[in-house]
Each structure stands twice: as structure tokens, then as C-alpha cells.
Design a protein around this ligand. Structure first.
Ligand code: NAP
Length: 267
């Protein structure tokens, strides 16, 4: 199903994005990778080109619309079509609302929200031509607002509404739009997060939660594209939280409030 399909994955020079690129290449896709750092793009291309020549990359910031147009034009020049867009680029962030500075919030909104909107705007008509797919990577934190993760939760939930609107609009075009909710996934050692001051810092190893492997998380992303299923959860616990919140919203929020100190103290 992926043979010769042209797939753009934003933020794909490490972590979930890079493993998704690799696993889709093994399924015959032609891949476009991206992230802001030219060095990381070069390194990821060097690694992926050992598997296939059908991979290209462009460094740039997907929260900049002009760059997204350049990315779209580059892909059309090189491959002549766009079948699938995976809006994966994202930044982790944490900080209590009473401490967080406006600039930190702006950065998270720019990357996690505009960074999903702009590539979609730039590529939507090419994807419509192919009756292709647009996948948004949200998070369990996008199901319900978590304490200390207001900016992250707000942006990851906003892209759920975005996906719902676009899915409805594109019904007659045969385009698949989906939203994927990864759970806590094994991080790269050098993964960074934005602190309350909006500064990038190394993400501390999380204690007390066993992460899923990146491969397991990506298997769910690939299954979702294959099945064209609107919502896909990486883990049973993520699905359970969604159902619980839908059926018992007040109870779910009360449980969160009861456990707030534990959640806030978690890394
Ligand atoms: N890991 C988890 O536990 C988890 C759980 C739930 C959801 N998620 C979501 O899954 C996605 C991937 O997570 P991950 O853990 O693989 O993250 P990661 O290791 O931090 O990788 C993020 C990638 O995005 C790129 N990036 C960041 N901002 C960008 C921008 N403005 N424009 C273009 N590229 C950008 C980064 O490279 P540069 O720095 O070079 O730009 C990097 O390649 C994110 O959306 C995240 O929120 C992750």
C-alpha cells in the first residue's frame, strides 16, 4: 500500500519521526524528511540513503509558512506528487501557569499548532489530487489538559479539533485525515523540552513510567494509515483515558485534581 507513495514527515531527523521514515521506506515509500537543523537532516539522510535512494530532505522550520511552501515545491520538483503528510514535528514543554512566560507559550503554539497547520495548508491540494492522507500526531496530553503541561496539552488538543474540521471538509475528496495519540514513548537521549522560561533544556529521564518502544508507537501510526482509522491510540491506557473522559468527564477531572501533586512532581 505504500509502494512508491511520496510521504512527507515533518520533524523526522530523530525520535518517532525518524523511525516512521525508516519503517515506511522498508514498505517501499519515497520519503521526505525535515527538521530545523541542517546537520540533523544531513545525518538522517546519510543513514536512510543506505536503505534507499528514494529519500530527500529539506531543513527548515515548519512554523514558517514560507518554508512550508518551499518544502512543498521541492517535493513536487523531485517526486512530482505528495500522497501522505505526517505532521509529526513537535516540542515538549512543561511549566506551571503561574511561572510560564508568554514567550514560552508562543513557541509551543508556533511549533505544535502552526507547525501542523502550515504544512497542511501548503500541501492540501496536492494531497487531494492523490486522494491521499494527512495524519496529525497528538498525544495522550491532548485528550485531557494535564497540570504543568498547559501549553503542550492545549496545542495537542487543538490539533484534534483541526483534524476533525479538515476531515469533515475533505469527505468528498477521498482524503483520509487522522489523529494519532502516542503514549509515553522512549525518547532520544538528546531530546529537549521547553521550560517555563521558554529555554530549551535536556529532557530528564522520566521515572515510574515504562515507555513504549519507538517501533511499537510507529507500528500504530502505520496501521492507522493502512486502515484509514480516524483516531488511533498507541496504548490501551491512552484509549482507556479517552473513553473514561468521554463517559465520565467530571470524574476524570476529579481524579486528575486528586493526583495533581504526583503529576506535577513527575519529570
Ligand atoms: N516521545 C513521546 O513520549 C511522545 C508522546 C506523545 C506524543 N509525542 C509527539 O510525537 C512527536 C514526535 O516526538 P519525539 O519524541 O520523536 O520528539 P523529538 O525526539 O523531540 O523529535 C522532534 C523532531 O521535530 C523536529 N522539530 C522540532 N521543531 C521543529 C520545527 N519547528 N520545524 C521542523 N522540525 C522541528 C526536531 O528537530 P530540530 O530540532 O532539528 O528541528 C526533531 O527532529 C511530537 O509531535 C510529540 O509531541 C511524543
Amino acid at each position: 500500500m505504500f509502494t512508491d507513495k511520496v510521504i512527507i514527515i515533518t520533524g523526522s531527523t530523530q525520535g518517532i519521526g525518524l523511525v516512521t521514515a525508516e519503517m515506511l521506506i522498508h514498505r517501499g515509500a519515497r520519503l521526505v524528511i525535515n527538521s530545523r537543523s541542517p546537520e540533523k537532516v544531513e545525518k538522517a539522510l546519510f543513514y536512510l540513503k543506505k536503505i534507499t535512494p528514494n529519500v530527500i530532505g529539506l531543513a527548515g522550520d515548519v512554523s514558517n509558512y514560507e518554508f512550508c511552501l518551499d518544502l512543498r515545491n521541492y517535493v513536487m520538483e523531485e517526486f512530482g506528487r505528495i500522497d501522505i503528510l505526517i505532521n509529526n514535528a513537535g516540542v515538549a514543554s512543561s511549566g506551571l501557569m503561574k511561572e510560564i512566560v508568554p514567550n514560552a507559550f508562543e513557541k509551543v503554539v508556533q511549533i505544535n499548532l502552526l507547525g501542523s497547520i502550515y504544512p497542511t495548508l501548503a500541501c492540501i491540494n496536492d494531497i487531494r489530487q492523490q486522494k491521499g492522507s494527512i495524519l496529525f500526531i497528538s498525544s495522550v496530553a491532548g485528550i485531557v489538559g494535564l497540570p504543568k503541561y498547559s501549553a503542550y496539552s492545549a496545542t495537542k488538543r487543538a490539533i484534534v479539533s483541526l483534524a476533525e474540521s479538515i476531515r469533515c471538509e475533505l469527505t468528498d475528496d477521498g482524503v483520509f485525515v487522522g489523529i494519532n495519540y502516542p503514549g509515553f514513548t522512549e525518547n532520544e537521549d538528546h531530546k529537549t523540552t521547553l521550560n517555563a522560561k521558554g529555554e530549551e533544556e535536556l529532557l530528564q529521564k522520566r521515572t515510574g513510567v515504562k515507555p513504549m518502544s519507538r517501533e511499537k508507537t510507529v507500528e500504530r501510526i502505520i496501521q492507522q494509515l493502512q486502515r484509514r482509522k480516524f483516531r488511533m491510540y498507541a496504548s490501551f491506557s491512552a484509549q482507556a483515558i479517552q473513553w473514561m473522559y468521554r463517559l465520565f468527564p467530571h470524574l476524570t477531572l476529579s481524579i486528575l485534581r486528586f493526583n495533581r501533586k504526583k503529576i506535577i512532581s513527575m519529570q
